[in-house]
Write a protein that binds this ligand. Structure first.
Ligand SMILES: *Cc1c(COP(=O)(O)O)cnc(C)c1O
Length: 803
């Protein structure tokens, strides 16, 4: 779209005037941000309306991406870039004496997700709009997003994330598009016109109110919708009689209970649950989403039998998998279709992505709880289960392994992954390795029953946010070198390979990285008062804190390196800055101990003058999209060190490589595909393979105690954990000790230790050859286009959605 600088200037001034009755000179930064945001949203509106009209007229298939999480990050800058008016806007504000960067700072990011899964959903929305797919998000408008993390005395402290405190300018509330979602009550079956009809009575109705966020595609042509639902009471906000009787709390209790449904995002990455409320949340946004899809569909002149030709519902992990039963319920109860017909439509409409093989993340709901909360939906699940069971028994009559592992209702629990697999036409994993593990191990029986359903779609990231926006220096250098086609055709980044041996280009690449490191140094210095050596290796591990991601391995290696320097003050190493950023789930004790461990190590090492600044540790608080954007461009080394087989894909790994960071990683998730695309010389890998890990799990044979006893280095550092060496009570890290030794090191930290130390030594050696390192860096950037979510989405469109 095109908007003249003067238009922006006038619109902005007018908006400040109309909304706040203020002139530029007196307005606060917040007011300026809000005024600018509103002006930009109005620019978006025109294209948004046109997009919606085209959707209705063109008969195009619409994709609806159902996800509990959307980790969008800030939106002002990406909207300006995608509309193509960032320059004009910058100049317009400059002429008014306003710095755009300062306004970008003010925005609070919408943290409606925990980590990778939510960020993936956001990248997919960007790519769908940018390559012209009509694909919309469907989720929950949590009043509080993922908690804000502070580190106090080395410990994580959680603070509520008040992202809605100031106005969130990117949303339109559409009260007129509200729907009712029903909970509880009982179901009566009556006979009507020769068929059984279900009457749901005495339920509690909840109003689901949509808040629509426009998703602007690059160059602004397609604007899709992210629809976020909020729970409100139906009818009276409070009990007026109670209020009049002076029972004020009771009067608002009802409202409070209803609103709790969309109150908080559960900060549980892959374990722990808030049970009932979480199930309520899941059904709430799924039911609201499907009702609203069908309402729109009804307005066209199409037959319900043709639904799969016009609508694809994608279920992101098991959280929205109740969609299978909800769509069935509506088709059977409201459209009055026969079961077979409804089942045919449902299983051609819904597709499912599996995100993890971690047992604790495979959701199940106790039958009693589910039935009480969703009585009619439960009946549907029961019927799906009954029919599937018959099919199983017919086909595999004595194969109890197969039957028991694939049943939907088992042992008093509903297995949501099984419901999702049975009720959808496509089941995909998120990297080649992960999909192979699903097919050959975790979901082996299912893949034998439904071989055609299973497929792989390796995750991706939008290169527009993770390169064009977050690393402008590198983006400009790339455009100066190969032109700007890469912005819409990420595979073009490959053209950079021609410049691998180009001296001038290598110099430029080095300069850009150095500049980005300088920026980060300033940030760290301002915020934490830590002086970081700009020429040290920036070694970064930024991701959720989880035992399988093995921040602990990283920490133990640092302690070992420290010990080596103490023993040999002349040790010849390149100075290293180890940077961590990670939130731990509030109830995840071990993860929180690991945060404290890293921070204790930081105190010890950063304050030891004798090691002459050869090692520094930095722990950056509150890892979120905004911090990731600031941090990743500066990294030299990308730590992707999960226990092989555990990280389904990872997307952090892709962001780092795209910004010229070299992966130091295990052969896990998408690391394997990164290795395939850059070649084994341009990545540093170590550790057990997934097969080795899975064989140990299956057949035993690993004893962490033996590794410990045979390695003097490990003996020393594990002792240092508990002997007061770190400035904490001796018992402080007992759980870490027990995890590693007493409970036999579930994630093979000690087993992979030696191999990791070797790999880290290799990093040091390679970095000393600066020229070579720059070449590696260029090859990583050049091959990162493959991991753009534009490519991932094209595969989803061609092979799953057929949109
Ligand atoms: C990309 C991203 C993640 C996922 O990182 P992994 O290394 O793949 O676990 C998590 N959180 C944020 C804020 C991200 O941007």
């Amino acid at each position: 779209m095109h908007v003249f600088k003067n238009t922006i200037k006038n619109d902005f001034k007018k908006k400040l005037m109309c909304v706040f009755a203020e002139e530029v000179e007196e307005a606060s930064k917040l007011h300026k941000y809000i005024a600018l945001g509103r002006v930009i949203r109005e620019y978006i509106s025109e294209a948004w309306l046109q997009s919606k009209k085209r959707c209705l007229e063109n008969d195009k298939k619409q994709v609806y991406y159902f996800s509990m999480e959307f980790l969008t990050g800030k939106l002002l800058e990406s909207n300006l870039i995608n509309l193509g008016i960032k320059e004009e806007c910058n100049e317009a504000l400059n002429e008014l004496g306003i710095n755009l960067d300062e306004l970008l700072e003010i925005e609070k990011e919408a943290g409606l997700g925990n980590g990778g899964l939510g960020r993936l959903a956001a990248c997919f929305l960007d790519s769908m709009a940018s390559i012209g797919v009509y694909g919309h998000g469907n989720g929950i408008r949590y009043r509080y997003g993922l908690f804000e993390q502070k580190i106090v005395n080395g410990y994580q402290v959680e603070i509520p994330d008040k992202w809605l405190k100031d106005e969130f300018v990117w949303v339109v509330k559409r009260r007129d598009k509200s729907v009712i979602v029903k909970f509880g009550g009982n179901v009566k079956l009556i006979e009507k016109n020769g068929r059984l009809k279900a009457i749901h009575e005495n339920y509690e109705p909840i109003k689901a109110v949509p808040y629509d966020v426009p998703v602007v595609g690059y160059e602004g042509n397609v604007v899709n919708t992210l629809r976020l639902w909020s729970a409100e009471p139906v009818g009276n906000e409070f009990d007026f009689f109670a209020f009049r009787a002076g029972e004020y709390l009771k009067a608002v209790e009802y409202k409070y209970n209803v609103e709790s449904i969309s109150q908080v995002l559960y900060p549980d990455d892959s374990n722990h649950n808030g049970r009932v409320l979480r199930l309520k949340q899941q059904y709430f946004f799924v039911s609201a989403g499907i009702q609203s899809i069908l309402r729109t569909f009804k307005k066209t002149d199409k037959e319900i039998y043709d639904l799969p030709d016009y609508v694809a519902i994608h279920v992101n992990d098991t959280h929205p998998s109740v969609a299978v039963a909800e769509l069935m319920r509506i088709l059977v109860d409201e459209y009055e279709l026969g079961w077979e017909e409804a089942w045919k439509i449902t299983t051609k409409t819904i597709a499912y992505t599996n995100h993890t093989i971690m047992a604790e993340a495979l959701e199940t709901w106790p039958v009693d709880m589910f039935r009480k909360l969703l009585p009619r939906v439960y009946m549907i699940v029961e019927e799906i289960d009954r029919r599937f069971k018959i099919e199983l028994h017919d086909k595999y009559n004595e194969d109890w392994d197969k039957i028991n592992s694939t049943l939907i209702i088992h042992d008093g629990n509903i297995r949501m992954a099984n419901l999702a697999i049975v009720g959808s036409y496509s089941v995909n994993g998120v990297s080649k390795l992960h999909t192979e593990i699903l097919k050959n191990r975790e979901l082996k029986h299912f893949s034998e029953i439904f071989p055609k359903k299973f497929n792989n779609k390796t995750n991706g990231i939008t290169h527009r946010r993770w390169l064009l926006q977050s690393n402008p220096l590198l983006a400009d250098l790339i455009t100066d070198t190969i032109g700007n086609k890469w912005i819409t055709q990420p595979n073009r980044l490959k053209d950079l390979e021609q410049f691998v041996k180009d001296k001038a280009f290598k110099e430029e690449i080095k300069k850009v990285k150095q500049k980005n490191k300088e920026y980060l140094c300033n940030f760290i210095n301002d915020k934490y008062n830590i002086l970081v050596d700009q020429h040290s290796i920036f070694d970064v591990q930024a991701k959720r804190l989880h035992a399988y991601k093995r921040q602990l391995l990283n920490g133990l290696h640092i302690l070992n390196l420290y010990n080596r320097i103490k023993e040999n003050p002349n040790l010849d190493i390149v100075p290293r800055t180890f940077i961590f950023a990670a939130k731990a789930s509030p109830g995840y004790h071990l993860a929180k101990q690991i945060i404290k461990f890293i921070n204790s190590l930081k105190e010890k090492i950063n304050n030891d003058k004798s090691i002459k600044d050869n090692i520094k540790i930095v722990f950056l608080e509150n890892y979120n999209v905004t911090l990731a954007e600031r941090l990743i461009p500066s990294a030299n080394v990308s730590e992707q060190i999960s226990t092989a087989s555990k990280e389904a894909s990872g997307t952090g790994n892709m962001k780092f490589m795209m910004n010229g960071g070299i992966t130091l990683g295990t052969l896990d998730g998408a690391n394997i595909e990164i290795k395939e695309s850059v070649g084994s010389k341009n990545i540093i890998t170590f550790g057990l393979t997934a097969d080795q890990v899975m064989n140990y799990y299956r057949h035993g044979g690993y004893f962490s105690m033996d590794v410990y006893n045979n390695d003097q280095r490990l003996k020393k550092i594990i002792t240092q954990l508990t002997n007061g060496f770190l400035d904490v009570p001796n018992e402080e890290f007992k759980d870490i000790f027990d995890h590693l030794i007493t409970y036999n090191d579930e994630f093979f930290v000690l087993k992979d230790f030696d191999s990791y130390v070797e790999a880290q030594n290799k990093v040091d050696k390679l970095y000393k050859k600066q020229d070579k390192w720059s070449e590696m860096s260029i090859i990583n950037i050049a091959n990162s286009g493959k991991f753009s979510s534009d490519n991932t989405i094209k595969e989803y469109v061609d092979e799953i959605w057929r949109a």
